[in-house]
Design a protein around this ligand. Structure first.
Ligand SMILES: [Zn+2]
Length: 626
């Protein structure tokens, strides 16, 4: 999903009844189960296997030491294989219900089946809770000796060693019990945040210059900022929307303090040096990656400022504010029928080689994609990795340029899934978010290159360049600024400083200025912007990954498209190896093998250089039409 990417104006949806949409434009869920009866049989099989797994408790370490030595590896292997069987079946059972539900969320019967799945998953979590603690009573050296004896067990080496690595910060029984008791209120600040910012929010109404009164939900707010050509309307929407947050800003500060105090409490209890260290430990990312990302980006803000100065000039504004940063530079109302995209998308991935291209074609033709909107269908877009079947994609394709890029994006995820599932054993078939958005961003970038090279329409070229530049501004610069904010705010807590609404507002406001300099006119209301970013409350230290993925994909694109034939085919090979690797190693290691080192300033600077070139190109294009 494009979490922060600017959106085009949603076209008026011409919704058809699902039954009237021809089969090639709908996903075919019979590839998972023939019907609900077959699903029910799968569900029962899963239930039985979960019971079998629970019964294995005690088998890893049971018996005398001598017996342990001889039976240990076979028992461990049996448990791991059963775990894999359960996991594979879970994919099918869960996705059949959830994909079916997303076709039409008004269907209560399917909703009930989904809940049935949730209940079974909870049962599985309980039935398998013994495994980690029991295994960890066996010394790692012993497990390594078992793996040396058994090639089948050695397949699980990375997964098993990860369990031991994660163990470094696990406490004794008493400590863990205390932490698990405390975990019951861990989610309270974020739950309260959700309630305050959505369920209990009294969305304001603004009157626009054409006389229309609009209730500012988040969707409406974004639509005004990205489509309304009247600056006063955008300003009114911005101020009214921020007033909603300003009205409760002390409460938001208190909730955010709750989030950060929790993070610091757990970090100290588990023996981490900082909250950042704790957040990065799971994926084994060195904190220097985040520090390098922030430092290098801060030194590379000039192209971003140049872009905003250009926008101010082109839009003919005498002052230029945050609420002027997403409106399109030119009017453009071309539509992109899905049939055209079916030809373009495979053509755009030619730089990735014939086999990748063939698989993209196959996935477009295979009834894997639910293309159009219909009443009751889930909004947005996603790629669902159904192990043992194939990825499915949900779209709400509405012929806009944004919809085209969404398809290119989701296709990137699907190809990653496909290649990973083809080449990895089940245990490594999944991949982390740290690499996931590389595949999707790279596909989008290739698609944009393709569109830029084929268009003869100057306005379309400007729209495409703006799309690319806005993507860099939103997915890279804004996310780095957010990461910078999270780090500074958490450091207040770690250093025992007070956390107040004024203090948090000042951090955010200073950062906005540090990144945008004199290219923006500032509004005091921006001091409250931090309080409307849900990721800060729900998933601290998450957003920097959008920026690292973006930088990685920029670096890869460079390697894939520049240099000799031999260099490029080596780069294709490295990139495909990354996609085929799934989650079989730490994400930094996987990226390094693909030729991307995120701890180096050059990697981050590649995005800055790319933006610099794009802004120059946009300047030339605009000059040419004016
Ligand atoms: Zn994505």
């Amino acid at each position: 999903m494009h979490l922060f990417a600017p959106t085009d104006a949603p076209a008026a949806p011409a919704q058809r009844d699902r039954a009237d949409i021809p089969a090639p434009f709908k996903w075919n869920l019979t590839h998972i189960f023939a019907d609900w009866q077959a699903w029910q049989a799968g569900y029962e099989e899963l239930d039985a296997k979960i019971g079998e797994f629970a019964a294995l408790q005690g088998t890893l370490v049971g018996g005398s030491p001598a017996a342990g030595r001889s039976h240990g590896p076979s028992h461990l292997l049996a448990a791991l294989k059963l775990r894999d069987d359960i996991g594979q079946l879970e994919y099918k059972v869960a996705y059949f219900a959830s994909l079916w539900y997303d076709q039409d969320q008004r269907d209560n019967q399917i909703n009930a089946k989904q809940q049935q799945v949730q209940i079974l998953f909870a049962k599985d979590a309980q039935a398998s809770a013994w495994f980690g603690p029991e295994l960890l009573t066996v010394p790692l050296e012993q497990v390594r000796a078992w793996m040396a004896e058994s090639p089948e067990l050695a397949v699980y080496r990375f997964a098993l060693e990860e369990l031991y690595r994660q163990q470094e910060h696990v406490l004794d029984d008493k400590g863990e019990q205390l932490l698990s008791l405390a975990s019951r209120f861990e989610n309270t600040p974020n739950d309260a945040y959700s309630a305050l910012s959505t369920a209990d929010a009294q969305f304001p109404t603004v009157r626009l210059s054409d006389g229309a009164a609009v209730t500012l939900t988040y969707g409406q707010y974004r639509a005004i900022l990205s489509t309304n050509r009247n600056q006063e309307d955008r300003a009114a929407a911005f101020l009214a929307f921020h007033r909603l947050y300003e009205a409760n800003v002390n409460t938001y500060a208190s909730l955010y303090n709750g989030v950060m105090q929790r993070d610091w409490f757990v970090a100290q209890a588990r023996g981490y040096r900082s909250t950042l260290d704790m957040a990065l430990h799971g994926n084994n990312i060195p904190p220097a990656v985040v520090e390098n990302l922030i430092e290098t980006t801060k030194q590379g803000v000039e192209p971003l400022r140049r872009y905003h100065r250009l926008r101010k000039r082109v839009l003919g504004l005498s002052s230029y504010h945050v609420y002027d940063t997403t409106i399109p530079l030119v009017d453009f109302d071309r539509t992109y029928p899905y049939e055209d995209v079916l030809e373009w998308l495979p053509a755009s991935v030619a730089p990735l080689g014939a086999d990748y291209q063939r698989q993209v074609r196959a996935s477009l033709a295979g009834e894997w994609i639910d293309v159009y909107e219909n009443p009751g269908k889930r909004s947005g877009a996603y790629s669902a990795p159904v192990y043992g079947v194939h990825p499915y994609m949900l779209l709400n394709y509405n012929d806009t340029l944004d919809a085209v890029f969404t398809l290119a994006h989701e296709m990137g995820h699907s190809m990653h899934t496909l290649l990973s599932h083809q080449h990895q054993p089940f245990v490594y078939a999944g991949y982390t978010i740290f690499v996931a958005e590389v595949a999707s961003t790279l596909n989008e970038a290739l698609f944009l290159d393709f569109m830029l090279s084929r268009t003869t329409d100057q306005r379309e070229r400007i729209v495409l360049l703006q799309h690319l530049i806005d993507g860099i501004a939103a997915t890279f610069y804004t996310q780095v600024m957010f990461a910078d904010y999270e780090l500074q705010a958490h450091r207040l807590v770690e250093e025992g400083q007070p956390v107040t609404a004024a203090g948090l507002g000042e951090i955010y406001f200073s950062l906005l200025k540090a990144y945008h300099g004199d290219s923006l006119d500032y509004d005091e209301a921006s001091r409250a912007t931090w309080s409307r970013i849900p990721h800060f409350f729900s998933t601290p230290y998450y957003v920097y990954q959008y920026a690292t993925c973006f930088a990685s994909s920029a670096q890869l694109i460079k390697q894939l498209t520049i240099g000799s034939d031999a260099d490029r085919s080596a780069a294709i090979e490295r990139y495909l190896t990354l996609l085929k690797a799934g989650g079989n190693d730490h994400p930094m290691t996987l990226l390094q093998r693909a030729g991307v080192d995120l701890s180096r300033p050059e990697t981050v600077r590649a995005v800055v250089d790319q933006l610099d070139l794009l802004v120059s190109r946009l300047e030339r294009e605009i000059e040419a039409i004016s």
